[in-house]
Design a protein around this ligand. Structure first.
Ligand SMILES: [Fe+2]
Length: 156
């Protein structure tokens, strides 16, 4: 079997899920304002979901004879998600806007994974990608609702 693109995408997701978990953790720590008591613990749940996805994605890659990134340096070198040092000058809505942008990027990587794993005939990995993309889109909906906006999952 030639699962080159599927395995590349799995490892891309290892880097991106690791990075996004850090960005959510920063949001958890640097949050101030009237939403704090609700959103601070909610960010813990978001992190748990990302870390659960990370473990499944990484172990699927290992199952396919791949080698997941496993150092902070590798995650940082390969992720498509930006980070920035923590600061107190961002509002909570601004932080959520950043998370929505990053979650949309992640959903896009999952969509790419769905397409390449389908083309390469790896139904099992495709099944993982489909379920996880659905879960990420649900979080986009929730954050957008909090911001008073429509989900805009499919803007076409
Ligand atoms: Fe905490």
């Amino acid at each position: 079997m030639h699962l080159t693109q599927t395995k590349e995408t799995l490892n891309q997701l290892v880097a991106d899920l690791s990075q996004l978990s850090v960005v959510v953790h920063q949001t958890h720590w640097y949050m101030r304002g009237p939403e704090f008591l609700h959103l601070h613990p909610l960010m813990d749940k978001f992190m748990d979901e990302l870390n659960d996805q990370l473990d499944v994605v990484s172990e699927r890659l290992i199952t396919l004879d791949g080698a997941p990134y496993s150092t902070l340096r590798e995650f940082a070198d390969h992720t498509g998600i930006e980070d920035a040092p923590g600061s107190w000058d961002q509002s909570t809505p601004e932080r959520l806007e950043t998370l929505v942008r990053d979650y949309r990027y992640l959903a896009g990587v999952y969509q790419h994974g769905i397409e390449v794993s389908g083309a390469e005939g790896d139904d099992s990995t495709q099944d993982i990608f489909i379920g996880f993309k659905t879960a990420i889109e649900k979080k986009i909906w929730m954050m957008q609702a909090h911001l008073g906006k429509a989900p805009e999952i499919d803007p076409e």
